[in-house]
Design a protein around this ligand. Structure first.
Ligand code: ADP
Ligand code: ADP
Length: 226
């Protein structure tokens, strides 16, 4: 079952110095419950791709389909956890997770109950009334994952989500994310520049190759397993 389909996707930025082609003819599909990592060197267009998939940025050619429907802007069908997409510091952990639900018109009590279920899934139910500054970096990203999942999206988009964590916390979060993924019916598209991280996490690894000015290939490489 295909969940996400990217067809001949292209993105050209217009800048004062002229046009910059960040993505050109990018094609891939992801299936239900897959964990796909997209890797590539700095400047190859990973963040641009993440923002387009999230609907935060427009593309200049091609299309993005979720469940066969074209994506135009952000939607409940996609949850996101980005390195810089932080929690609201003035809201409690529970209210941060409830935020997405209330935006969609859920009742306060119902949203709170649902938020607590997702906090339990990420192991932070005891911290529902805490505020973001009281949590470690890893715990904050666990709250961000709960917030991303609360609307039960089809795809979870993650762009360098653990990039700001120290090595030990990052390793713990990778383990934790795999546990969450096994318990939730979700397709994960995880963008990283770290090959070791991709090998640890992914079912499939797609490499975005930088070819300035040329067709930008997205090549699937086998996941090495010991
Ligand atoms: P990565 O995340 O892989 O480092 P980016 O998506 O950030 O790559 O950038 C891809 C290319 O697009 C780079 O050449 C970058 O300079 C350019 N680019 C990214 N964002 C913008 C922007 N807002 N305006 C102009 N050029 C941009
Ligand atoms: P990080 O992943 O950022 O390294 P840790 O998981 O090491 O964060 O947690 C940092 C601190 O928070 C530790 O003191 C840890 O005991 C505490 N902590 C983390 N998660 C929980 C939890 N679910 N319940 C109680 N304490 C926790």
């Amino acid at each position: 079952e295909v969940i996400l389909e990217v067809k001949n996707l292209g993105k050209t930025y217009k800048t004062a110095k002229g046009e910059v082609t960040a993505l050109k003819d990018v094609n891939f599909k992801t299936h239900r419950r897959e964990f796909v990592c997209i890797i590539g060197p700095s400047g190859c267009g990973k963040s641009t791709l993440a923002r387009i998939l999230a609907g935060l940025e427009s593309h200049t050619s091609g299309e993005v389909l979720v469940d066969g429907k074209p994506v135009n802007g952000p939607g409940r069908d996609r949850g996101m956890v980005f390195q810089g997409y932080t929690l609201f510091p003035w809201l409690s952990v529970r209210r941060n997770v409830m935020f997405g639900l209330e935006m969609n018109g859920s009742l306060r009590e119902e949203a709170a109950r649902e938020a607590d279920l997702w906090l339990e899934l990420v192991g932070l139910e005891k911290f529902a009334n805490a505020y973001p500054h009281e949590l470690s970096g890893g715990m904050k990203q666990r709250v961000a994952i709960a917030r991303a999942l609360v609307n039960q999206p089809r795809v979870l988009l993650m762009d360098e989500p653990f990039g700001a964590l120290d090595a030990q916390s990052r390793a713990k979060m990778q383990q934790h994310l795999l546990e969450i993924w096994r318990n939730v019916d979700i397709t994960i598209v995880f963008i990283t520049h770290d090959l070791d991280e991709a090998i640890f996490l992914a079912d499939r690894i797609l490499v975005l190759k930088a070819h300035p000015g040329e067709v930008q290939e997205l090549i699937e490489v086998p996941v090495p397993r010991p």
